[in-house]
Design a protein around this ligand. Structure first.
Ligand code: ACO
Length: 428
């Protein structure tokens, strides 16, 4: 394959190197184009733009492949735990038994949050959205660890910040849930593993013993693994671009959480469940009518479509099977699952969706599982963030280790050209 491309413009030719990744994806390197030609490229929404070189996650949208550090998502979801996958994303290799023990013990030792952070949650109105609370808590962590603000920290100091953040994420998530219910917060217990501790703090109660159901622990591990990273998506790109200004890790992931909140990204999991409830309550279960409304651009089918997957989303396949299994094992018969399956069938048969290559994405079935496990709908996107945290942190770490330049796109200016200032009395 040629290792350069030629751009011809206005009678001049420019040689542009072509770089190729380990999975043979090729990209035209335009990093010197503006200096040589005065031209910039234009790509709204970055649909054709590679912003970095990354060794963390590979996905092939045509073939429906997703791999973390070379390992298939199907294998990881089936055979690994969330902490193993977090280690893999962060450090590049699956941990040995000894490495995992140390990593999990480090996480266990940093689960507590400062008591003043617990107080922050007291000031939120009862209807405040959990994602707003999460963003506040993440950025507030920087106040308790001012040393993390130093961009010249040594790798072991940065690693400490990473461990703290991952360790406190389940505590914060559970606290948001407890505060939402008006129940007392439960403190972490060192006897539990990462996921069980989270479930204990979330579903346990000061008044009774908590027994984690292995079905629920397994389901939670699977869901967190499936959400753990997804290369340069909207929130990960946000984390990288914010971090590229040398903003600290807490500030960078708080920005990532803001990006995730949007209904076209991670906020879609809440929207899906609300859409299914809407179909049940206001459409008498008539999915065809809702599909017609989507085709008429009156609404989006939430949980459908993806910027990169144009064949199927491998995470959605795994979640659909898991959803059936988990509801069966828990003995739950949720009519929303039947509505979701029918909606998927009707949409997939429709030429509108086929032509636009719109398939169910990770958010389509995840909410039904979260609901079965006992989470209220507004918590869904926070659960996505809990899973995505090791991905954001790994993306931030890689960006800093590569010493990437500050992210600063160009634009094509379309506003007024130079004009004289008009004093207020003379304006019409
Ligand atoms: N329902 C109905 N029509 C849709 C949907 C949908 N969910 N998604 C895309 N389309 C249509 C668009 O209207 C457009 O139609 P047109 O060609 O007639 O103009 C066409 O399909 C292409 O859509 P784009 O928005 O250009 O696709 P893009 O790749 O930019 O967007 C996105 C992908 C944002 C995920 C989009 O499909 C969407 O909004 N889906 C619903 C929200 C959702 O589920 N988001 C979660 C994504 S996964 C994640 O972030 C974790």
């Amino acid at each position: 394959m040629a290792n350069n491309a030629t751009l011809t413009y206005d009678g001049k030719s420019y040689d542009l190197p072509v770089i190729t990744g380990t999975e043979n994806e090729s990209a035209i390197d335009i990093s010197k184009l503006r200096g040589q030609s005065g031209l910039v490229t234009y790509d709204e929404g970055y649909k054709n733009t590679g912003a970095t070189q990354s060794a963390i996650t590979f996905l092939d949208g045509e073939k429906g492949i997703l791999r973390y550090r070379g390992y298939n998502i199907e294998d990881l979801a089936e055979k690994a735990t969330f902490t193993e996958v977090s280690y893999l994303l962060l450090y590049g290799e699956l941990p040995t038994a000894e490495q995992l023990k140390k990593f999990e013990s480090d996480l266990t030792m940093h689960t507590l949050v400062h008591e003043n952070l617990v107080k922050v949650f007291e000031v939120f109105p009862s209807k405040s959205h959990p994602m707003g609370q999460l963003m506040t808590a993440l950025s507030a962590l920087s106040s308790f660890y001012p040393e993390s603000l130093n961009p010249n920290n040594k790798p072991e100091e940065t690693n400490m910040t990473i461990i703290r953040l991952l360790a406190k994420m389940p505590t914060i998530t559970a606290m948001i849930m407890k505060k939402g219910k008006g129940h007392p917060v439960l403190y972490p217990q060192n006897k539990y593993d990462y996921v069980t501790n989270f479930l204990y703090m979330t579903f346990g109660n000061v008044t009774s013993e908590y027994m984690a159901d292995p079905v629920v622990v397994d389901a939670m591990n699977k869901l967190l693994i499936l959400h753990a990273d997804h290369e340069q998506n909207c929130s990960a790109s946000t984390v990288r671009i914010v971090g590229s200004s040398h903003a600290n890790l807490y500030a960078s992931v708080a920005a990532g959480a803001a990006a995730l909140w949007g209904p076209r990204h991670g906020g879609a999991n809440q929207e899906v469940l609300e859409m299914l409830e809407d179909i049940q309550n206001n459409y008498g279960g008539n999915v065809a009518k809702v599909v017609d409304e989507a085709k008429d651009k009156k609404r989006l089918l939430f949980g459908f479509g993806h910027r990169v997957y144009k064949n199927f989303d491998p995470r959605a396949k795994i979640i659909k099977v898991a959803c059936d299994n988990i509801l069966n094992k828990l003995g739950i018969n949720d009519p929303l699952l039947e509505i979701a399956k029918e909606l998927e069938q009707v949409a997939l048969k429709d030429p509108y969706f086929a032509e636009r290559k719109l398939y169910p994405n990770v958010d389509f079935y995840s909410g039904i599982i979260y609901k079965a496990l006992g989470f209220p709908t507004p918590m869904f996107t926070v659960l996505f963030a809990l899973g995505r945290m090791p991905g954001w942190v790994s993306q931030w770490k890689e960006m800093r280790e590569r010493k990437e330049d500050i992210g600063r796109p160009r634009q094509i200016y379309t506003g007024a050209t130079q004009r004289p200032f008009v004093g207020i009395k003379d304006r019409k």
